[in-house]
Design a protein around this ligand. Structure first.
Ligand code: ADP
Ligand code: MG
Length: 326
């Protein structure tokens, strides 16, 4: 099966019809997207290489889903709405069972999210998937990393650590307490949910800085602190920890939640009164939940102080790397 047949059978035919901004999708030299006046186009690319970013032999549907989910997750973190995406696919061979599963996983999420595939490239080589997402955000309404203010509350959008636990289970570095915990962890690792449902909330509640948690909460929070020239306090007892970690000792659960990657929840900062509005709308069932975990503090060093029962603590598992954080 040659490159053009692969494109036609697995990608061009399943690609959705163009939305109003998509003037031209797959098939010509370029896709054409109309640039709406008053908006910026937000662009982000992510590459998934077999053996580096996902295990060889992973369910092809998960490869398709996760490649798009990880790229999409950058759009809400910027306050942008999805427009379209492109796909650069490098394949060792035209393996039709891989292609069928991969495109099914990819397009299932694309349809759910209402984001059409508008182009790409297909070449031979070691298996690797690169997705570029395009989004739109009104000029001046984008949410950057550098906007955190001292006194802002630091929040996350959902439980952390489950995906990293899934990696440990797959490596055999951990043994699951029970089958349900393993299933949950693998689901979080292989089929992460990009938090595009929160884009409106981030803007409505005046979020001052945001990032998606792809490399681990502490590392990603560190990017906000560094860009904003601030420091932080994190209340360890407030971190929402994935239910998949339920069977583990406290320090291990915290280690996964603070340092584990691949969760694709959002971390963001906002003023206390804006958080109060969000929380009251959330308890009325109007918006998804939000989890306050700490506070932005003055001090340019990107330091993170950990608080437990009102006192600063240095958890044992963080002692080695503590210099980076305090
Ligand atoms: P070119 O020679 O201009 O690079 P290609 O032959 O690579 O064009 O691709 C032909 C058309 O198919 C283009 O519109 C391109 O965007 C699209 N395309 C190629 N590979 C993919 C893919 N993996 N997914 C979606 N569209 C693709
Ligand atoms: Mg090409």
């Amino acid at each position: 099966m040659d490159e053009f047949s692969v494109i036609k059978k697995y990608f061009a035919s399943a690609a959705q019809n163009a939305g109003e901004e998509i003037i031209l999708g797959i098939g010509d030299d370029c896709a054409l997207i109309s640039a709406e006046p008053g908006y910026c186009v937000a662009v982000s690319t992510d590459t998934f290489a077999e053996g580096t970013h996902f295990f060889k032999g992973l369910d092809p549907r998960a490869v398709g889903h996760k490649a798009l989910a990880a790229a999409l997750s950058d759009l809400p973190a910027m306050g942008a709405e999805p427009l379209c995406f492109t796909l650069a696919l490098t394949l060792p061979e035209a393996d039709e069972s891989f292609l069928a599963g991969f495109s099914a996983g990819l397009f299932k999420l694309a349809r759910q999210e209402g984001i059409p595939l508008v182009g790409g490239d297909t070449t031979g080589g070691p298996l690797s998937v690169t997705v570029t997402v395009l989004g739109k955000v009104r000029k001046g309404e984008e949410i950057r990393r550098d906007g955190a203010r001292a006194g802002d509350v630091i929040c996350v959008s959902g439980p952390l650590g489950g995906a990293a636990y899934g990696v440990s289970l797959r490596y055999g570095a951990e043994t699951a307490a029970d089958a349900a915990a393993a299933e949950l962890a693998y689901g979080l690792l292989d089929f992460p949910r990009p938090r595009t449902d929160l884009t409106g909330c981030l803007r409505r509640y005046g979020v001052s800085a945001a990032i998606d948690v792809s490399d681990g909460f502490l590392g990603d929070l560190g990017h906000i602190l560094e860009s904003s020239a601030k420091s932080a306090e994190i209340a360890l007892g407030r971190l929402p920890v994935s239910a998949a970690l339920g069977g583990l000792p406290e320090d291990k659960r915290l280690d996964y939640a603070l340092n584990g990657g691949d969760d694709y929840e959002l971390c963001f900062t906002l003023a206390e009164e804006d958080l109060a509005r969000w929380q009251s709308d959330a308890s009325a069932g109007k918006t998804p939940a939000v989890y306050p975990v700490g506070r932005v503090t003055d001090g340019t060093g990107s330091r993170v102080a950990f608080i437990r029962d009102g006192a600063i603590v240095v958890p044992e598992f963080l002692r080695k790397s503590f210099n980076h954080f305090a």
